[in-house]
Write a protein of this length. Structure first.
Length: 666
């Protein structure tokens, strides 16, 4: 799975389907002035994914020719509970055992399909902006680094994370119905813990699901309403709002400066609102998602919306950050560095700790021989690189590692979108709270100073397009906690992004002509990436059994609120991902004897779990579990249906179905 960099976290089922949500904004009088803002239920945007999306749009024909590098932004909810093995660079591939075409194609094809559907449903409409504070959905997990920022700067803000949700409402002109919302709110997708192995969109996946389900009953909402819950300056936020605590029996909070317990990072863990349940963070995840949904719904229902109107503009360029030289506001000439990870990167965070002896706020070197050997094998940093990255002690000199292919990006995306007075900074990395504030403010001030927009509304979305890990302020970088150690291009990374953004802002002006230079192309590693992921060899039902046969059936009666499950003779779900479909369903009996599907594996309360029973015989079990207490289904008769696909020794894949017994809810 992708997010916690834990090779032991191997997917075992689905708690919630992952989705791509696409929003297209355009000028009705000029089809060239459009942009696409995508929100994927994945860990990040990525170069390989974005390349695949752009190629897929080209394959759709001339009707889609206006969607290009310039105006397609691929952002992610930053869920840490999705499949891995689809990223462009080697470093994030390692813990997912390389690059998997099936995972990659599922993401790309779903993303392209969402754009296609948005394009086919384009219609004249209006956009309006609203906002509200959500006070109980996130805290700062790296407060020690945040406190290194100037006191005067911190005093300008009431909170150490941004707690304002910014929201766009899209309404159709023909009937006034709302067709969707898109909002920005920063909170890490780490409610679900590294010890759970079910695919899910984490808290933002929950929020989007709840909003789309809730609004479906509204008369003023259009069919197929889309709710996009986008990330913002997420870098130092956490949904584990009870704080970081020691799980070593001391019942004390983790040490502030390095997030350790008696010198060990492995015993320090963040606690969500329902800490103490042995559920892998499931209930806490639902709660944090619910709080974001409620915040968005309150804006949608009661906010004093500001009309968004004016020209549509966008730009995109690539910039090589391996040695980008520029001038700071104080006149100093500075440079970025080839990408590198520091020692505190290996320590992880309170959301998911690292292994071995690494700790955050680590200014020195590790005594661990394994990591010392790995770091030396990649590419030994020379003195110039060490000085450039200072005070980061370089653990992995990934920006100068090219064997067998590039380990990390040196070439970054610079992209900004505009509709009227709303401007969206598309960040390729996880900007911290203060980094996002500085970046937004710099863009806001230049737009005003240049008379481009009198009263701009500036938001930041990401991680997008190419994943460049973290973007801290220089002060936070100097502390060298996890976020600073994961800021690839040295202490001037944030200022380099701000400089590159401001340089190209004139392309957003009403009278702007042309496009910025494309810049150097990043490497495309899709066809050279390695994979150590084993394929599905074959499935076996087992002696005297059939695929889909019930092994453990439901009882005849349950009271509402019960957790109900059944187990079937299963097959490997990788044989058919059933995109746009489902692995499992709940069906309700009708008075006329027919059955209607009421739940699928997109629903949070219905869980699909797969377990290999015997690798030699290829046998496996599938368990379907329904928590009827979450949404309170009505009294009636129900049953489970399981949709599977088995693979023979010869490679033939055959679909099958399984059906549980009928049970009655009372």
């Amino acid at each position: 799975m992708m997010g916690y960099a834990n090779s032991a976290q191997v997917g075992s089922g689905v708690r919630q389907r992952l989705y791509s949500r696409a929003f297209i904004v355009g000028d009705p009088s000029d089809i060239s002035e459009r942009f696409v803002y995508m929100v994927l239920d994945t860990q990040s945007g990525d170069t390989a994914i974005r390349n695949g999306i752009l190629e897929g749009l080209q394959e759709l024909g001339p009707e889609y020719s206006m969607y290009t590098q310039k105006n397609v932004a691929v952002t992610a909810t930053h869920s840490h509970s999705g499949p891995g093995a689809w990223l462009n660079y080697l470093l994030p591939q390692i813990t997912s055992l390389g690059f998997d075409q099936q995972s990659y194609r599922a993401i790309v094809d779903g993303a392209v399909l969402s754009i296609q559907r948005a394009h086919e449903n384009l219609a004249p409409g209006t956009i309006s902006f609203g906002s509200a504070k959500i006070n109980d959905a996130s805290i700062n997990r790296s407060l020690f680094a945040y406190l290194a920022n100037p006191a005067a700067e911190r005093a300008r803000y009431t909170d150490d994370v941004d707690k304002t949700m910014s929201l766009l409402k899209f309404s159709r002109a023909s009937d006034g119905k709302s067709v969707g919302i898109l909002n920005w709110f920063p909170v890490h997708g780490t409610s679900l813990l590294a010890n759970q192995t079910l695919v899910a969109g984490d808290n933002k996946g929950v929020a989007a699901y709840l909003f789309e389900q809730d609004v479906s009953a509204d008369a003023d909402a259009a069919d197929r309403f889309v709710a996009g819950f986008s990330q913002a300056n997420v870098g130092d936020t956490t949904p584990n709002i009870l704080g970081a605590w020691c799980e070593d029996g001391s019942n004390s909070q983790c040490r502030l400066n390095d997030t350790t317990c008696a010198g060990r990072n492995q015993d320090c863990h963040g606690r969500g609102p329902y800490f103490g349940l042995d559920d892998g963070g499931t209930k806490s995840c639902y709660e944090i998602g619910k709080r974001q949904f409620e915040g968005a719904r309150s804006i949608y229902d009661t906010a004093d919306f500001i009309p968004v109107s004016g020209n549509v503009r966008s730009f995109h360029t690539f910039v090589d950050f391996s040695n980008f030289t520029f001038t700071l506001e104080n006149g100093s000439v500075v440079s970025t560095c080839p990408a590198a990870m520091g020692y505190s990167f290996a320590a992880g965070t309170s959301d998911g700790s690292g292994a071995f002896d690494f700790v955050q706020n680590n200014p020195g070197t590790s005594s661990n021989p394994f990591w010392n050997a790995v770091g030396g094998l990649i590419a030994e940093p020379n003195e110039e690189q060490k000085n450039c990255q200072y005070p980061k002690p370089v653990l992995l000199n990934v920006g100068q590692a090219e064997r067998p292919y590039a380990w990390a990006p040196n070439i970054v995306d610079i992209q900004v979108l505009r509709v009227g007075q709303l401007v969206i900074i598309v960040s390729p990395g996880e900007a911290t709270t203060m980094s996002g504030r500085r970046w937004r403010e710099a863009v806001h001030d230049q737009l005003v100073a240049s008379n481009t927009i009198a009263e701009p509304i500036v938001v930041l979305g990401g991680p997008a397009n190419s994943y460049v890990h973290y973007i801290t302020t220089e002060e936070e970088y100097n502390i060298q906690r996890y976020e600073g150690a994961s800021t690839l291009y040295g202490p001037h990374t944030l200022n380099a992004f701000i400089n590159s953004t401001l340089t190209h802002l004139p392309y957003l002006a009403d009278d702007a002509k042309g496009t910025p230079p494309a810049g150097p192309s990043p490497p495309d590693n899709r066809n050279r990436s390695v994979s150590f992921i084993s394929r599905v060899v074959y499935d076996g039902a087992g002696f005297g059994q059939d695929f889909g046969q019930v092994k453990t059936d439901v009882s005849e009666f349950y009271t509402r609120g019960a957790i109900i499950s059944a187990t079937f003779v299963g097959a490997n779900p990788r044989n058919n991902l059933r995109l746009e479909g489902t692995f499992v369903a709940v069906e309700r009996g009708n008075a006329d004897g027919t059955w209607t599907q009421i739940k699928s594996d997109e629903d949070w309360e219905l869980v699909f779990q797969w377990k290999r029973v015997n690798s030699l015989t290829g046998t496996s079990d599938v368990t379907v579990t329904w928590d009827t207490g979450l949404t309170g289904p009505g009294v009636g008769m129900y049953r489970f249906r399981y949709y599977g696909d088995s693979k023979s020794v010869g490679g033939t894949i055959t679909p099958f179905e399984g059906m549980s017994g009928v049970f009655t809810l009372t």
